[in-house]
Design a binder for this molecule. Structure first.
Ligand code: ES4
Ligand code: ZN
Length: 319
C-alpha cells in the first residue's frame, strides 16, 4: 500500500498524457505537429522552464470542450488514487485556454464534472486553484479574476505560474488583494528559476500561505530561517527540477538539506505527464535516490496534509 498523501502542486494541463492528447486531437479535429505519441515523447527534452512551457501551451490546443477537461481530470484522479493520493489541490490556467477562445465556464464546469465525483469514484477529495500566468499583464489577471466570479463556489484559491524570471510577484499585488477580499486562499510559484527575493515578495506583498517550489530559498540563510520560523509550507517538485534543469540530477536535489534545516517541505509532481512521474513515483524516487528514510517519507506525507487547505477535522480524518 502506498503512503496516503495530499498532492498540493499539480497543474491539471500538465497531466495530459500523449495518448490522451492524440485521442482528444482526433475527437476535436486538431492536428498536432507530431506523427505519433512516440514522436511527441521525443520532444520531452527540456533545457529550462521556458522550453517546457512552449510545449505545454502548444499541446493544450487539444482541450476544447467541457468533456475534454472532465476526461483530463478524471484520468489524473484515477492515476493519483492508485499512487496513494487521498486529496489533490489542482491548479488550472484559464488564461491559456481563453487565448484559444475557451471560456472560464467550459474549463471550470468541465473540471468539476470529474472533481464533483472524485470522492465517490476515486476516494480523492479535491480543491481547485486558479493560476494567473505571470508573463501576462496584471490587467489580464484582474480580468481573469472577474471572469471567475460566477464560479467562486468551486474555486478555493489563486496561484501564480508560468515564466518566472522578469515577472516578480509584486506585479500582481492588486489581483491578490482583491482575491483575498473575496475569501480566496493564496499561493504562488516563487524561487523555481527566480531569485530568493521573489519568495520574500510572494510572502510580504501577495500574502501567500504556501510557496510553490521555493527551491532557491537555500541561497539565502536568513530567508530559510524565516520560512522555518513561520512554518511556511514549500511545495517542492523534485522530478520537475531535474527535467527543467534547476538541479543537475535528482541526487543533487537539496530536499534532504531542506528537511534537515527544518523547512516544512512537501513533494509533488507538478506536470507529471511531462516530468516522468506521479505522486507515488516521486516519493519512490526521493526514497531510492536521495536515501530518505521511511520516517522522512512519513513526515513528507504528514506535511502534505498539514499544508493543505482541507479543514482541520477533515484533514485529520484523511490522514
Ligand atoms: C509550470 Cl513547472 C512550472 N513552473 C511554472 N509554471 C508552470 N506551469 C505549468 N508548469
Ligand atoms: Zn508548478
Amino acid at each position: 500500500m502506498p503512503l496516503s498523501k495530499a498532492e498540493l502542486h499539480l497543474h491539471i494541463e500538465g497531466t495530459l498524457e500523449p495518448e490522451l492528447a492524440f485521442e482528444l486531437a482526433a475527437r476535436n479535429g486538431v492536428t498536432l505537429p507530431y506523427a505519433d505519441t512516440e514522436a511527441l515523447r521525443e520532444a520531452y527534452r527540456f533545457q529550462d522552464l521556458q522550453s517546457f512551457l512552449n510545449l505545454y501551451y502548444e499541446l493544450m490546443a487539444v482541450l476544447r470542450t467541457e468533456q475534454d477537461f472532465a476526461d483530463l481530470a478524471d484520468a489524473y484522479l484515477a492515476r493519483a488514487a492508485a499512487q496513494g493520493v487521498r486529496h489533490a489541490e489542482i491548479f488550472f490556467d484559464p488564461q491559456a485556454h481563453a487565448a484559444r477562445g475557451i471560456g472560464m465556464g467550459t474549463v471550470v464546469e468541465g473540471l468539476w464534472r470529474a472533481l464533483g465525483r472524485s470522492e465517490e469514484r476515486h476516494g480523492v477529495s479535491t480543491r481547485l486553484i486558479l493560476c494567473f500566468l505571470r508573463d501576462e499583464s496584471a490587467a489580464s489577471a484582474l480580468e481573469t479574476l472577474e471572469a471567475a466570479r460566477p464560479y467562486l463556489d468551486r474555486i478555493t484559491g489563486i496561484g501564480l505560474d508560468s515564466a518566472e524570471v522578469g515577472h516578480p510577484p509584486a506585479k500582481f499585488r492588486e489581483v491578490f488583494e482583491r482575491a483575498a477580499a473575496l475569501g480566496l486562499r493564496r499561493v504562488a510559484h516563487a524561487g523555481e528559476e527566480g531569485p530568493p527575493q521573489y519568495i520574500t515578495e510572494a510572502l510580504d506583498v501577495l500574502g501567500v500561505e504556501r510557496v510553490d517550489h521555493g527551491l532557491r530559498c537555500m541561497e539565502d540563510p536568513a530567508l530559510v530561517g524565516r520560512l522555518v520560523r513561520e512554518r511556511v509550507p514549500l511545495t517542492l517538485c523534485p522530478l520537475s527540477n531535474v527535467r527543467l534543469r534547476a538541479v543537475d540530477t535528482l541526487a543533487d536535489h537539496p530536499l534532504p538539506a531542506m528537511l534537515e534545516a527544518g523547512l516544512l517541505c512537501t513533494v509533488n509532481s507538478d506536470d507529471p505527464a511531462y516530468f516522468g512521474g506521479y505522486a507515488g513515483d516521486t516519493f519512490d524516487a526521493v526514497h531510492r535516490v536521495l536515501g530518505l528514510s521511511e520516517e522522512r517519507l512519513r513526515e513528507l506525507a504528514r506535511n502534505s496534509f498539514l499544508a493543505s487547505f482541507l479543514e482541520d477535522d477533515e484533514e485529520r480524518r484523511r490522514r
